[in-house]
Design a protein around this ligand. Structure first.
Ligand code: PMP
Ligand code: GLN
Length: 383
């Protein structure tokens, strides 16, 4: 986690957003939207502040938000949860992931299986917990795991299998047989499944299938999500974890010493968001799908080979057809050459697998259509 001089190394997102700000380039690096989400949700936060929701909320989250999360899980997925014991509100999915990993890892021999490339926090938290990271590669262009490699990765040493679906950074949505295999292996080796479903409502050909809905999964699965992506409120940091009461209790034990509580006025606002009509949720999926297609077309026109994401904010493009050998140096000079910021896929990979992803670049599509079109035009001109 340290830079070469011993100082704290910034995350790739902080580094790339600073580069965008410095150069005035279009930021297709860090995934955050450039438009506000639903007016009702923003208004609910204003009203909560005016009504005095400005002190510490309860440790598990306000009852109304826990109820709204339980209602949401039942409405969309048929999962029935007790909001008193099986739902915990956290400071974003980020804290949920950290608290889950710190709570459930017991020894330095514990292994945590993740798919690679992975959201950067996973490897960092596994390191903070003093456990071992075991990765299963996802390969261009469809980024589905090889079942044999997944089988080899999960053993009796596996404590957690961490599944991010839809997947950042690849935009993949895992095939049903992959999810089935995760459950089978978790049962065989008595591992706990942890899901990161922050892009659950950004599946292009939905509906999303939470791993916890698979036969046998709920009793050993902690599901994590967040309001940030669904309601375009990434700065609010309201997340949650749901699952069996004993596991949620263990996570609470750690969570209370990380942030204690957070986001008092944003909690009722996210509760209001979770209760929006179905049309809102299908609408954001359709909009994201359209933006993702526009970005993909633009990248193709600029000479990249482009993967076909099935969900999330992200599209992976291969810069090899442009003669690029190293996407990291390509991305470092892209702001100056083309006025666009993007992130090399190697930023999401272990040192051992850098070569697999050498020429691949992650672009974020969660921007206005005119911004995406301008970025594509700039990339075309720069070739
Ligand atoms: N997991 C994934 C896969 C993400 O992309 C993000 C978004 N940055 C997070 C977790 C963190 O979510 P939050 O902003 O709610 O902490
Ligand atoms: N989820 C966003 C991304 O992957 C932002 C993450 C962050 O800034 N920590 O780009």
């Amino acid at each position: 986690l340290l830079g070469e001089d011993g100082s704290a190394a910034p995350t790739v997102f902080a580094e790339m957003s600073a580069l965008a700000a410095r150069t005035g380039a279009i930021n297709l690096g860090q995934g955050f939207p450039d438009e506000d989400g639903p007016a009702e949700v923003l208004e609910a936060a204003r009203q909560a502040i005016a009504a005095g929701a400005n002190q510490y909320p309860p440790g598990r989250g306000i009852p109304d938000l826990r109820a709204a999360i339980a209602e949401h899980q039942e409405r969309f997925y048929g999962l029935r949860l007790d909001p008193e014991t099986e739902v915990l509100v956290t400071a974003g999915a980020t804290e949920a992931l950290a608290a889950v990993i710190l709570a459930l890892v017991d020894s330095p021999d514990d292994e945590i299986v993740v798919f690679e490339p992975y959201y950067d926090e996973y490897a960092a938290c596994v390191a903070l917990a003093g456990a071992r990271l075991v990765t299963v590669p996802l390969r261009w262009p469809d980024f589905q795991p090889d079942p044999a490699e997944l089988r080899r990765a999960v053993t009796d040493r596996t404590r957690l299998i961490l599944v991010n679906d839809p997947h950042n950074p690849t935009g993949a949505v895992f095939a049903r047989d992959v999810l089935d295999l995760v459950v089978e292996l978790a049962e065989r080796h008595d591992a706990i499944i942890v899901t990161d479903e922050v892009y659950e409502h950004l599946v292009f050909d939905g509906p999303h299938t939470p791993l916890a809905t698979l036969p046998g999964a709920a009793a050993r699965t902690l599901s994590i999500s967040s309001g940030g992506k669904t309601f375009s409120t990434t700065g609010w940091k309201i997340g949650w974890v749901t699952g069996p009461a004993d596991l949620v209790e263990a996570v609470l034990t750690v969570k209370q010493y990380l942030t204690y509580v957070g986001g008092a006025p944003f909690q009722p606002a996210i509760a209001a968001g979770l209760r929006l009509p179905d049309g809102f949720f299908t609408g954001i999926a359709a909009t994201m799908r359209a933006k993702s297609r526009i970005l993909g077309e633009g990248l193709r026109a600029a000479g990249f080979a482009v993967s076909r994401p099935a969900g999330s904010y992200f599209t992976v493009a291969d810069a090899a057809p442009l003669g690029v050998e190293d996407a990291a140096s390509f991305c470092r000079t892209l702001p100056a050459r083309a006025g666009v910021v993007a992130i090399p896929l190697t930023a999401f990979a272990t040192p051992e697998r850098q070569d697999e992803y050498r020429t691949l670049v992650r672009f974020a599509a969660c921007k206005r259509v005119d911004v995406l079109e301008e970025a594509a035009a700039r990339l075309s001109r720069a070739q």
